[in-house]
Design a protein around this ligand. Structure first.
Ligand code: HEM
Length: 346
């Protein structure tokens, strides 16, 4: 195994990227269309890599949003969790080639999207299977051989998880059903990768009210089964989260660490410290194996930050107020939304 090396000196481009001012709203993927007043679950998929202007800025030009100045902090968090809890990475037997497929797809995409920061050299020493990966923001410098698991630390799946801020999920089709067959997930919103991996789409979505009854699980499954190989799609999902400290890891594994955050904020009426938690999920059919991705990038902005944009605060208040009881309960704010709505409106 070639061990990755880390340079301590940042390139000028990397230093400039990491010294951008932190502004959680400027790149926030606002989850609602302009005129939306009633939110319901749907198969809300759109073409990816399309820039979307918002009240505060824009988002969505690239598949991976590295996160600007926060990238290193997010990746430190991810790597700490992976070091402490190996169960956050689950790869079912037979998914090894899909893991290489994913790694190569993402490294090629990062090299294209961030040419000054991320570099993939192909065909090193004239060997078409030998690659050289460099990530100037983290100082990663790694040569690997496609298909040789031990040529890259942690294997290709976890290695990629340690380079990108997205949670990585892979689904494969068997007997007309889609199964969740691999996951490297450190930032799950109140679910657990080791509990869910191996389940089909219906089992996974069983806890979500209305989804399967209203035919949405079936339509989502059909969409993913027919996903073309030459187009990437995305979907946005949202909820409220409790951590004033912007805790990304609110997985079931960590429940004792975050379970009391929201009750404490509610007790003290600290509504501005609640976080709007938004997931951007990318659906890609990988070129070598046909495996489908459901990769999740989590963004957050506090309600205090949201309130600086009156059009956002008004829309969020309307959506939260109008949401049917069972959806509000599933999302976790059924018992305190009557406080949040007037706070957002004042
Ligand atoms: C177009 C495809 C999909 C749609 C429309 C969809 C829709 C949804 C919706 C509406 C929720 C509830 C989220 C909330 O209110 O916060 C949800 C939850 C979830 N989805 Fe999906 N989903 C899709 C694909 C997938 C795939 C492919 C996977 C896994 C590989 C997945 C894994 C999950 C998980 C783990 C949850 C949390 C469930 C829980 O509470 O235990 N979804 N999904």
């Amino acid at each position: 195994m070639t061990v990755e090396t880390r340079s301590t000196q940042l390139t000028p481009a990397a230093a400039a990227y990491l010294s951008q001012p932190v502004d959680h709203c400027a790149t926030l993927p606002w989850p609602f269309p302009d005129d939306l007043a009633e939110f319901r679950y749907s198969v809300n998929v759109d073409p990816a890599m399309v820039s979307r202007p918002t009240a505060a800025g824009e988002w969505g030009r690239t598949i991976v949003d590295l996160g600007g100045a926060e990238y290193v902090e997010i990746m430190d968090d991810r790597r700490r969790i992976l070091d402490q809890d190996p169960d956050r990475v689950k790869l079912r037997p037979g998914m090894e080639l899909a893991a290489w497929d994913l790694l190569l797809y993402y490294f090629r995409d990062l090299d294209r999207s961030y040419p000054e920061l991320m570099h993939l050299t192909e065909g090193v020493d004239g060997d078409p299977l030998r690659f050289h990966w460099r990530n100037d923001l983290l100082g990663t410098d790694q040569v690997f051989v496609l298909g040789e698991w031990d040529s890259i630390p942690y294997g290709p799946f976890e290695f990629l998880a340690r380079e990108v801020p997205d949670d990585l999920l892979l689904v494969t089709e068997r007997d007309g059903r889609l199964y969740f067959d691999a996951g490297a997930v450190t930032f799950a919103a109140a679910w657990s990768v080791s509990f869910d991996v191996g389940m089909d789409m219906y089992e996974i979505h069983n806890p979500v009210p209305r989804l399967t009854n209203e035919g949405i699980t079936a339509r989502a499954e059909q969409f993913l089964m027919r996903l073309p190989a030459d187009k990437v799609y995305r979907r946005v999902n949202w909820t409220l989260s409790g951590s004033g400290s912007r805790k990304l890891d609110v997985s079931l594994e960590e429940l004792p660490e975050w379970g009391t955050d929201i009750p404490a904020l509610v007790r003290d009426g600290r509504w501005g410290e609640l976080q709007l938690r938004i997931e951007v999920e990318h659906f890609i059919r990988l070129p070598m194996t046909g495996t489908v991705t459901f990769n999740i990038r989590t963004h957050m902005a506090s309600l205090a930050e949201i309130k600086a944009f009156p059009v956002w605060a008004r829309q969020l208040a309307t959506v939260i107020e109008e949401l049917p009881e069972e959806l509000a309960t599933y999302k976790g704010f059924g018992d305190y939304r009557h406080h949040v709505v007037p706070w957002l409106r004042t």
